[in-house]
Ligand binder design. Structure first.
Ligand SMILES: [Zn+2]
Length: 196
């Protein structure tokens, strides 16, 4: 089921993060797309991870987040894959404080560095035909105890091999999310190109 061939991650990806106001208050968003037309679309990966098109109620498929200084990892459930995205301090701060994060994966490409208008055009054009998939989460989504202690890979959940620090995962406490330095196999996260 989790064959490597099912991970359409050989191509380059583009990513954007921003914060938007919605009827439910402020929400932070992440859009990840193929970087060019020759790169494979993210639909198969999104469906494997349980994200749904905009016509469905927004699911909570168990996406997990790891924050580092200037980037974050979006860990996709069932795909045993993490997408690394560039972030800025404002976005990371919002997420660290427990804000809702909506992750959007796109089938069609959008060029890295595309501005806000191009981004909105992309989302509107992809909405009706269902060429984007969405899922929501927060920073304090579930990691296993062995993962937050850095004993198992934060992405694939397996021990062994060389685990290198990749940033901080967070667990909820009464005083707010608590950060844990976590680790991953070098081959587990997938790097992205620079964002705009
Ligand atoms: Zn791993």
């Amino acid at each position: 089921m989790l064959a490597t061939a099912e991970r359409p991650l050989r191509g380059e990806l583009s990513a954007w993060t921003w914060i938007d106001s919605t009827p439910d208050g402020l929400v932070s968003l992440v859009l990840i797309t193929p970087a060019s037309e020759s790169d494979p679309g993210l639909g198969p990966l999104a469906e494997l991870a349980g994200l749904l098109p905009p016509s469905a109620p927004l699911p909570s498929p168990g996406l997990r987040l790891v924050l580092h200084t200037d980037h974050a990892m979006v860990i996709l459930p069932r795909a045993e894959t993490a997408l690394r995205i560039p972030t800025d301090e404002g976005w990371a701060d919002f997420v660290r404080r427990g804000g809702t994060v909506v992750v959007i994966l796109g089938e069609q490409s959008l060029e890295a560095g595309a501005g806000r208008e191009a981004l909105e055009r992309y989302l509107i054009a992809a909405m009706l035909p269902g060429r984007i998939w969405l899922g929501k989460t927060t920073i304090a989504a579930d990691h296993t105890p062995a993962q937050v202690r850095g004993e198992k890979c934060i992405v694939c959940g397996q021990p062994g091999g060389t685990l290198t620090p990749v940033g901080y995962a967070y667990t909820p406490t009464s005083g707010g999310p608590l950060g844990w330095p976590v680790a991953a196999h070098a081959t587990c996260p997938t790097a992205l190109e620079e964002e705009s």
